[in-house]
Design a protein around this ligand. Structure first.
Ligand code: NAD
Length: 498
């Protein structure tokens, strides 16, 4: 059986390590295995990155950017293969995989602006004959640890910008669907990246802990669930590393009584069930303001869900595919059970999906649950499945309080025709990414991405302008070249311009 290995110093390696099965979630079969890197393997990757760093750091930014131009072309040329690899191991439908890849490519395009982004700041004559400037220097060897749900896009949030800023990179992808991530990283060599600048180690906690504890790693970007994000952030900080750790989510959409209900239902349908709800920006809670809005929302949504097509990743007619593992499928079912036991109404029940010919796949049917309350376990947890819960409130302020009191603050949205209400909502809500009649307000590549509260640990958001700051350190230089024969004596007071 194929074992997915590591990319270290430009070579694929796979040295008799522990392995773990990789499943095809559409069929439920084991398709490959992944090597789980030992401490020694991770240290070999760090050493390769460390050795490549001095030359890469001194490579002009325009030459670093040219690698990314070529990389973008190669990603486009290999898009079908990449999407097929994503589908085989993640289960997402080809049109959804293509959207993920395109969003990743847009981050590569932004990284092509490196020479402009790294220009720094310059002030001439801050005092007579004294000039001062700030420049942005790379950190050294930096690491990224990524989740299963976007095996192409989330790594591309990280390493293109880290690399064009002059760093060398170690990526530890999800062990559940590593093939597309590894294949994409291999394209960098063809794009002209020197060996050792980009390395991939597959693995589990042992690989992650090695990265967190090695003093040669200067910064860590993490995307995954909140308990692990918190662990990564506190460990990296304790070890003196810069860290940004993006965590889980529970994204609410407020449906106001004046909303265009047909539009709101169509938008919610895609945002709740697309990618089987396995997106950190999935809308998993609809908060209806007033019973009339709630009744209309639930009945129209119930009707719309009759058209949902669920099935294997390779059939582009499907709206969404399976969830990632059988264990995760059972977890989603358990949350639906608990909502029922705690008194919610299961309006559309996805617990018994029947997909002809794919009976062993990890499918969960689209599920709609009404009359959910904030005390319920299904409301508080991130279910990460195709489950939309409806909470009924009387006022917009009640809806906003609900959102503000939730532990997560990744994304949110309001459906309304009232500009004043929308403006108040976007100004006051305690959430990092806000949509107004936009269900998935995922920022484009030249704005940064990040949630608030327990959806992000750290100061700087992912990709966009914040990534330039995250992957560089500022140095400010002040210079004077005294004119011949002019010498200043010792100055004991704090130098000023007064
Ligand atoms: P996860 O936290 O299980 O895994 C993420 C990464 O951490 C993987 O590489 C994994 O190998 C590693 N890991 C897992 N357990 C570990 C441990 N005990 N010690 C050290 N490393 C460990 O997340 P997942 O299930 O792969 O992804 C889904 C989660 O990611 C969801 O919670 C989702 O909301 C979140 N997510 C967040 C964003 C965001 O931008 N905020 C984006 C995508 C996904």
């Amino acid at each position: 059986m194929t074992v997915v290995g590591h990319l270290i110093n430009g070579q694929i390696t796979n040295e008799g390590e522990r392995t773990q099965d990789i499943y095809n979630p559409s069929t439920g079969e084991v398709s490959k295995q992944v090597a789980l890197a030992s401490k020694a393997t991770v240290e070999e990757a760090i050493a390769a990155a460390q050795a490549a760093y001095p030359e890469w750091r001194n490579t002009p930014a325009i030459k670093r950017a040219r690698v990314m131009f070529k990389f973008k072309d190669l990603l486009e040329q290999n898009a079908d293969k990449i999407c097929a690899l994503i589908g085989e191991e993640h289960g997402k439908i080809s049109h959804d995989a293509a959207g993920e890849l395109q969003r990743g490519i847009e981050n590569v395009e932004y990284a092509c602006c490196a020479p402009e982004l790294l220009k720094g700041e310059h002030s001439k004559n801050v005092a007579p004959n004294i000039d001062s400037w700030s420049e942005f220097q790379p950190l050294g060897v930096v690491a990224g640890i990524t989740p299963f749900n976007f095996p192409a896009m989330v790594p591309l949030w990280m390493y293109p910008m880290a690399i064009v800023c002059g760093n060398c990179f170690i990526l530890k992808p999800s062990e559940r669907d590593p093939s597309s991530t590894l294949f994409i990283a291999q394209l960098l060599k063809e794009a002209g990246l020197p060996d050792g600048v980009m390395n991939v180690v597959n693995g589990d906690k042992q690989a992650v802990d090695t990265l967190l504890n090695d003093e040669r790693i200067k910064a860590v970007s993490f995307v995954g669930s909140t308990p692990i994000a918190e662990y990564i952030y506190s460990t990296a900080n304790a070890n003196g590393k810069r860290c940004q750790a993006l965590g889980g989510a529970k994204n609410h959409a407020i449906v106001m009584p004046d909303a265009d209900m047909d539009n709101a239902v169509a938008q919610l349908l895609g945002a709740a069930f697309g990618s089987s709800g396995e997106r950190c920006m999935a809308l998993s809670v609809a908060v209806a303001v007033g019973d009339a809005a709630a009744d209309a929302l639930v009945s129209k949504m119930q009707e719309a869900m009759k058209g949902l097509k669920i099935g294997p990743c390779h059939d582009a007619d499907n709206d969404f595919g399976p969830v990632i593992t059988q264990q995760h499928q059972q977890k989603v079912f358990a949350y639906i059970d608990s909502a029922e036991k705690q008194g919610a109404d299961i309006v559309v029940d996805g617990r018994n999906p029947s997909i002809d010919g794919y009976e062993n796949g990890f499918y969960v049917g689209g599920t709609l649950i009404d009359r959910v309350t904030p005390e319920m376990d299904s409301y508080n947890a991130e279910i990460f499945g195709p489950v939309l819960q409806v909470v009924r409130v009387d006022t917009m302020q009640g809806a906003m309080d609900l959102i503000d009191n939730h532990e997560y603050g990744n994304g949110t949205c309001i459906f309304t025709r009232d500009g004043e209400a929308a403006r108040y909502f976007s100004d006051h809500i305690q959430v990092g990414m806000v949509g107004i009649n936009i269900p998935l307000p995922v920022p484009v590549a030249y704005h940064s991405f990040g949630g608030w509260k327990r959806s992000l640990f750290g100061d700087l958001h992912a990709y966009g302008p914040d990534a330039v700051r995250f992957y560089t350190k500022r140095k400010t230089i002040t210079q004077r070249w005294p004119s011949a024969g002019v010498r200043e004596g010792a100055q004991f007071s704090m130098p000023t311009m007064s």
